[in-house]
Design a protein around this ligand. Sequence first.
Ligand code: FES
Length: 100
Amino acid sequence: MHKLEVKLGDRDPFMTEISGKKALFYELEAQGFVMDTGCLAGSCGLCKVEILTGIDNFNAAGVVEQGTIDAVTIDERQWRMSCCAHVTGSVSIAGNVISN
Ligand code: FES
């Protein structure tokens, strides 16, 4: 299990643990958090999460996701698509949640 600090929308950050076996979107969904989503294939960018710490503790982005990351990156902030990103170690993220 990997430690995950999550800041969703304007809610207070919370700590949880995830296995990394599923993409971050599905891991959070299993814990009751539904995030904004669209293609579920790394191309639309709706499920993006900002990586606050631990950018090296993710699987490598595939070609499609990397193209989306490049498209949404406009400053020094780091992004992953939660529908594609698998956690491999401790990370801290921020993203939007639409319900839980
Ligand atoms: S839902 Fe489209 S990139 Fe994740």
